[in-house]
Design a protein around this ligand. Structure first.
Ligand code: G4P
Length: 536
């Protein structure tokens, strides 16, 4: 029996929301697809307007400059646009995730705020290392995944081979919704498995505008496309025989993944993706709190912070906390409660950010993202609410694998140094570890990927006017421990215990796995708990 939800503005709007992120290994085409999705939704007239193609290198300064030039990636947390025609229309919230693996912790935080994910694969490369990690994270968090095989316009693997790879390596059963007509590199269109029709694509100049799609009945497709059509039909029969057919319940349960084929750069298959999101992707549902009790959508406003971004506008030195609305209606100006401190928080300055443009948000509903300005008291993971208190589960930090002592180059700028470190820590740019032995002048920065250090260095010098020197430490592993064991561990060579500023957790750092193994052997009772691993 389906439960009848009490109708409220929040529940009515929630049903129309689709909040998701596109995730992929770098270079699979995430930025191109984001742009193509926005183009289809007619947010922008021509692809390329929000995405400069220059300077795609992976060094940090280039990365930062590139992100700045592209605008959309770094300065927007979510792209919101409408899709479809009433009564089947939806509001799409596309949350941005960083492309580089070193920022996987940020990606993880964003995934805490979505209801589904679109996994983009490069047709020529199949499953790449970052793809595998992201599939793991989605499985861990119970996020339904839609898979898009991109770049079908270029030579690549065989479609059936790709399906095998997905099944064998991710454990998810692929259930293609469309099937390519023409091998990779000879992309003519797709067979729509639901209707049996051929959806023919036509190239537009440079893929810059919406590619016209023509629906062709099977008979006509067979006559026009010959062997390419015949092969697609036979392969689909094989998929039918193997039971690789979409089922909504198994998709939502994270057992199957619907698959679409396309070419983001040519805008092929993008409309199907939007239609699939509209029809199949889950709408926001009641989110469980820290005790596992769901906060009903129609309850008063509640949200949690999943991303903090500072220094976007150096002239204003502002800081935005991005929250995902979980229940109720967000009304700008309302005073909400910050669960961590119990203090009131005024939401006079609430914004939506699109590219470099900001717009004031007056109303938002479950699934929407709101950027709160001047949110210096808020940390990633914090909950906000109106009325009945609620605390959402914290977003776990990843196990850091890189460590460096951080010192101010100019000791006269200690105040700026301290403020900067505190801010980077609150934003989650790096984790900050301390000990009495090292003192506050020389905190240890901990990161999942070394590029996080480069970002920290860059921002300390540029934004806080406190240039720093980072000296890398030999540690490569961290485990959680407790006070009683901290003293024992500190006496071991190649081991050091530090306190994490954000939550007071005690982290034992080890210079390599064999040090850890030796400690485990010498102290069989030792309390050492693993942290969430970045590598899943
Ligand atoms: P990312 O955000 O996932 O890192 O990928 P991005 O969109 O930047 O795309 C990476 C490269 O792949 C780009 O090429 C882009 O044009 C290309 N690409 C994306 N989708 C497709 C597709 O469907 N087909 C083909 N053939 N290529 C695609 P680039 O060489 O880095 O830039 P450009 O000079 O081609 O613009």
């Amino acid at each position: 029996m389906t439960a009848v939800l009490p109708s409220s503005p929040a529940t009515e709007q929630a049903v129309r929301r689709r909040t998701f992120a596109v995730i992929s290994h770098p270079d699979a085409g995430k930025s191109t697809l984001t742009e193509a999705l926005a183009l289809h939704a007619r947010v922008i007239q021509e692809a390329g307007a929000i995405h400069g193609k220059a300077g795609r290198k992976s060094t940090v300064s280039d990365w930062m400059d590139m992100e700045k030039a592209r605008g959309i990636s770094i300065s927007s947390a979510a792209l919101q646009f409408g899709y479809g025609a009433p009564p089947r229309d939806v509001v799409i919230n596309l949350l941005d995730t960083p492309g580089h693996a070193d920022f996987s912790e940020d990606t993880y935080r964003v995934l805490a705020a979505v209801d589904s994910a679109v996994m983009l694969l490069d047709a020529a490369k199949g499953l790449e290392p970052q793809t595998m990690k992201l599939f793991d994270v989605c499985r861990h968090r119970g996020i339904p995944v839609l898979t898009v095989v991109n770049k079908w316009d270029r030579p690549g693997l065989e479609a059936l081979q790709l399906m095998d790879e997905i099944r064998e390596r991710t454990g998810l059963e692929p259930t293609p919704l469309t099937w390519p007509v023409g091998i990779a590199g000879d992309f003519r269109g797709v067979l729509d498995r639901a209707t049996g029709e051929f959806v023919r694509f036509t190239r537009t100049a440079g893929g810059a505008t919406i590619a016209p799609e023509e629906r062709v009945p099977a008979d006509a497709a067979a006559a026009a496309e010959g062997t390419a059509w015949q092969t697609a039909v036979e392969e689909c029969e094989l998929l039918d025989a193997m039971g690789q057919v979409h089922e909504q319940a198994t998709f939502l349960a994270g057992v199957t993944t619907p698959v679409l084929f396309g070419s983001a750069v040519l805008n092929f298959g993008v409309r199907q993706l939007l239609d699939t999101l509209l029809e199949l992707a889950p709408a926001p549902a009641a989110r469980p709190d820290v005790k596992g009790e769901p906060r009903a959508l129609e309850k008063p406003f509640s949200a949690f912070v999943f991303k903090i971004q500072a220094g976007m506008d150096t002239a204003h030195r502002d800081r935005l906390a991005y929250v995902r609305v979980c229940s109720g209606v967000f009304e700008r100006g309302t005073v909400v409660t910050h669960a961590a401190t119990g203090k009131p928080f005024a939401t006079k300055y609430a914004q939506q950010v699109f590219g470099r443009d900001r717009e004031t948000v007056d109303l938002a509903y479950p699934g929407d993202v709101v950027g709160l300005v001047n949110a210096s008291a808020l940390r990633v993971g914090d909950s906000l609410y109106v009325g009945e208190p609620v605390v959402f589960p914290p977003i776990p930090s990843f196990a850091p694998e890189h460590f460096a002592v951080c010192r101010a180059v100019d000791s006269g700028r200690y105040k700026q140094f301290r403020r900067g470190i505190e801010q980077l820590e609150q934003e989650g740019t790096v984790q900050v570890l301390r000990s009495d032995l090292r003192g506050d002048q020389a905190p240890v920065l901990a990161a999942v990927g070394p590029m996080q250090f480069e970002v920290a260095e860059h921002r300390m010098a540029g934004e806080f006017a406190a240039p720093v020197r980072l000296d890398r430490l030999d540690y490569t592993m961290a485990r959680l421990t407790d006070r009683s064991w901290a003293q024992v561990l500190d006496r071991e060579s190649g081991v050091e215990v530090l306190e994490r500023s954000s939550d007071g957790a005690l982290l034992a750092l080890f210079a390599g796995n064999w040090r850890l193994q030796r400690v485990l052997r010498d102290h069989p009772d030792v309390h050492l708990a693993p942290l969430v691993a970045a590598s899943g």
